[in-house]
Design a protein around this ligand. Sequence first.
Ligand code: FES
Length: 96
Amino acid sequence: MEKKPVPYRKTVFVCTNVRTDGRVACANPGRGGAELCESLKNAVKKLGLKGKVRVARSGCLALCEKGPNLFIYPEGEWRSGVSDKDVPDILKLLQG
Ligand code: FES
């Protein structure tokens, strides 16, 4: 194993988990997790933050009922119930 520096200034992990067994999940139809992730990716690219800020899809973050959920590394900022309308506020956290 090789130790490397963190390649991004910030990483936002967005839960895009989908379940087909009837249980709630952030990216189930109508929940918006996948759309949120795409919106953040596009906004980061548009702001020229690509390569500095990474928007990564994540699996279940274990607060499914409160989702869509995301968290920002390294700050440890967590948000639940996030939607596209929150993208500007999330971007402020990513630019700081
Ligand atoms: S499905 Fe997103 S937190 Fe569990």
